[in-house]
Design a protein around this ligand. Structure first.
Ligand code: AMP
Ligand code: MG
Length: 422
């Protein structure tokens, strides 16, 4: 079925007033992970997606060990009503185990991470113990088995330590290292080509002409893609001329899995892009019920020859903030899905309280740049869709949902945290 036919099947989808959730769900329904694997050294796996489960070759921790600096002892020796006097017969360090045995009435000084001597099952922390020569007094009230990390309590041997589809961040890298695994199988990086459209755009390094603006979208898009671990291909600025655009689309689709453009999808500009796309592939032009970021195109550009895979296209609006908001709402999800991430990591959505009154019209989702602190959120400054300054000052987007009207001081609102994402 064609993309347009599939879109129309979903009867309540109106391309001129598409709700954010519907657009996001439709995009996701069309995509499937790319699935090409490669093996990489552990450090190179940072930011990549695991292509298969990482199995724990042994239990972690491998042996019972101490969670504290203190004394290892036998629970049967402890009195629950009075202090217990024990003789210290040795010391055990992490990496240097106590070789002797611990008899009744004895204990061993133990350091954090050190193996528990086989005769011992409980650790008492050093701070509560009174030391007298080679003897200690343990106060009553100790819990049998306390302060011991059990063998296998973190990971069981032979079980998946991490499932395929997991995005590898710092914690995952450390976890894999703790298993002694030096190489992992990951999906290949997603290749994303992008260009900006607009006769008024000037690339940095060239003096600005009359009425020109510097192209900032290629920088925000580059940055967002790079943070996601994509391989990026910057195709520069393309003027608003069909022949130039056609060449750029063909080149981008031949080189990449995904093509992202900015500008040229708003009313008035969209017409010739629409005609062009009808010959190059199949692309839907939407007006999404959102602010900022209303116009957007989504679809596929065909490959050049038989068997050529072609590329997914996201035609984002031109306004610099609209680009970032649309990327966060639609493109990020889609790219993670194509990368093989499972589950697709969502943007953290938190409850907050609005510190100010906010104007809002029902019937569209609005995203305001906000500053969240101590559960209260306020706008980060002027909200014009070209103003990157307030995007930079913000640490979140205040999400004013589709059906909502004006917000009063103290009303609950949701915020999307983008620290580290944008
Ligand atoms: P458009 O969607 O092409 O109508 O562009 C909307 C607004 O965004 C216009 O003011 C453009 O000048 C501006 N704009 C478009 N592309 C860029 C870009 N790459 N960098 C900065 N501003 C842009
Ligand atoms: Mg334009």
């Amino acid at each position: 079925m064609s993309l347009a036919a599939e879109f129309h099947c979903l009867s309540d989808h109106d391309p001129d007033a598409l709700a954010v959730d519907q657009a996001r769900a439709f995009i996701r329904s069309q995509l499937a992970p790319l699935q090409t694997r490669e093996r990489v050294a552990l450090r190179s796996a940072l930011g990549r997606v695991l292509a298969g489960d990482v199995i724990a070759p042994f239990a972690v921790p491998a042996h019972d060990n101490s969670a504290m600096d203190g004394y290892a002892l036998r629970r049967a020796d402890l009195s629950q009503v009075a202090g217990t006097c024990l003789r210290v017969v040795g010391t055990t360090w992490a990496g240097k185990a106590f070789a002797g045995t611990v008899a009744a009435g004895e204990c061993v000084r133990i350091m954090t991470g050190a193996l528990l001597p086989p005769d011992c099952d409980t650790v008492v922390m050093q701070e509560v113990v009174a030391v007298d020569g080679d003897e200690i007094i343990v106060p009553p009230g100790q819990r049998p088995g306390q302060n011991v990390r059990r063998a296998g309590e973190d990971l069981a041997a032979g079980k998946p330590a991490l499932a395929g589809g997991r995005l590898i961040g710092p914690a995952e890298l450390g976890l894999i290292a703790s298993l002694g695994v030096a190489e992992v199988s990951v999906f290949r990086r997603l290749r994303v080509a992008f260009f900006s459209t607009g006769d008024e755009l000037c690339s940095i390094g060239t003096p600005l002409g009359d009425g020109e603006v510097y192209d900032s979208n290629r920088y925000t898009i580059f940055a967002m893609l790079t943070r996601m671990g994509c391989e990026v291909l910057d195709l520069g600025v393309v003027g608003d001329r069909p022949a130039l655009l056609e060449e750029a689309f063909r080149q981008a689709a031949a080189a990449a899995d995904v093509v992202i453009t900015s500008g040229g999808v708003s009313v008035g500009e969209a017409d010739f892009v629409r005609d062009l796309m009808a010959t190059l592939g199949e692309v839907l032009f939407w007006k999404i019920a959102m602010k900022p970021g209303r116009p957007m195109a989504f679809g596929r550009i065909r490959g050049a020859g038989e068997g050529a895979p072609g590329a997914w296209l996201f035609g984002l609006p031109g306004n610099p903030v609209a680009v970032m908001v649309a990327f966060l709402q639609f493109v990020r999800d889609a790219l993670y899905l194509l990368m093989g991430a499972d589950p697709v990591p969502g943007v953290p959505l938190l409850p907050a309280v609005s510190a100010v009154a906010l104007k809002k019209s029902p019937g569209r989702t609005e995203y305001q740049r906000g500053v969240l602190a101590d559960g209260r959120v306020r706008p980060a400054g002027a909200q014009g869709s070209g103003i990157l300054r307030s995007m930079s000052d913000a640490n979140c987007l205040i999400v004013l949902e589709h059906g909502r009207g004006n917000i009063a001081v103290g009303d609950p609102v949701s915020v999307q945290l983008f620290d580290g994402l944008l």
